[in-house]
Design a binder for this molecule. Structure first.
Ligand code: ZN
Length: 315
């Protein structure tokens, strides 16, 4: 949407969807327009090296991700300074200079503070777009200066057709991933990654253990998890557990179909119990454990407490 919007601001004909685009729109569609600045979180170090790597990769496929593997990424103060500098210049070709910050919540505190002044009084020719799935992680001083536009999840069929057209997946695989994706393309793409699938398997095992409510299994499971996963991986794993509960509660309402991969692993009995769960409560418990893990709480104890708590729903 941000790219479409940027195209619209610099086009007289609204030709983005047409086959013969104006020079401005076709440059934007190739992510090559000199007045459209794409800002992505990068690993610590040189902007000159890292940013082009991402942009080159997204030019090939806009939905690519993970160019830097597991390295921590951020939008640091240097990156924001380069944005501020670019904003001070007149557009080269178009009417507007457009700054699009992807995963804006990964901007450091320092960077966000440096950004405030530009956000408050951008030059007339500058439009700034922050994109995030975690607006709550932005400073309130940032969000209060922005006009918020919320987007719904994509429909399963929309995800499926993007997977088929852009990623050339076969119909069956595209459909499976579309259902698992919860309307999120990035998620659908990650199912191609073995490490992600391993996490998903681990999460299903946790869900089974919780639903079976056998205290001894729960204790064992907490011990195994604490040995097998580091803190960062556990966070991903627990988010995955939350997702499975959400899928179980939601798919019944949406289309009656539980994804086959979950169905096979959990079995119908567990699924019919899981469908009655209070998902907001589950989510709250899980997020609070994630928070504790971030605050360096003991891993095994935190997990044990969480699993017992999740299972305790049914005592
Ligand atoms: Zn155009």
């Amino acid at each position: 949407m941000a790219i479409y919007f940027a195209a619209g601001l610099n086009c007289d004909r609204e030709c983005w969807r047409e086959e013969r685009r104006c020079p401005s729109c076709s440059k934007i569609s190739r992510l090559e327009h000199p007045d459209i600045h794409l800002i992505y979180p990068i690993p610590y170090g040189s902007i000159e090296k890292s940013l082009p790597v991402i942009i080159e990769s997204r030019r090939k496929n806009f939905f690519n991700s993970g160019e830097f593997g597991r390295k921590a990424r951020s939008i640091g103060i240097d990156l924001i300074r380069s944005v501020i500098e670019a904003a001070s210049k007149h557009p080269f070709e178009g009417r507007k200079t457009i700054m699009i910050l992807f995963e804006a919540h990964l901007a450091t505190r320092e960077a966000q503070n440096a950004f405030l002044k530009l956000l408050e009084e951008p030059p007339e020719s500058v439009v700034i777009i922050l994109i995030t799935e975690h607006a709550g992680k932005l400073l309130p001083t940032i969000t209060s200066r922005c006009y918020k536009v919320r987007f719904n999840y994509l429909s399963i069929s929309a995800v499926e057709s993007i997977l088929r057209e852009t990623f050339s997946l076969k119909k069956e695989e595209a459909k499976k991933r579309a259902i698992l994706s919860e309307g999120n393309i990035r998620r659908a793409v990650r199912y191609g990654d073995e490490r992600f699938r391993a996490t998903e398997r681990g999460a299903k095992r946790i869900v089974c253990t919780v639903l079976d409510r056998k205290p001894r299994d729960i204790t064992n499971e907490a011990g195994i998890l604490a040995k097998e996963y580091d803190r960062e991986e556990l966070e991903m794993l627990l988010e995955e557990v939350a997702r499975i509960f959400r899928v179980l509660v939601r798919t019944e309402q949406v289309n009656g179909g539980v994804p086959e991969s979950i169905m096979n692993e959990l079995g119908e009995d567990r699924i019919s119990i899981a469908r009655l769960r209070n998902f907001p409560e589950d989510l709250e418990k899980i997020l609070s454990s994630v928070n504790n893990l971030r605050k360096n709480a003991d891993v095994e104890l935190t997990l044990l407490q969480l699993l017992l708590d999740l299972a305790g729903e049914w005592y």
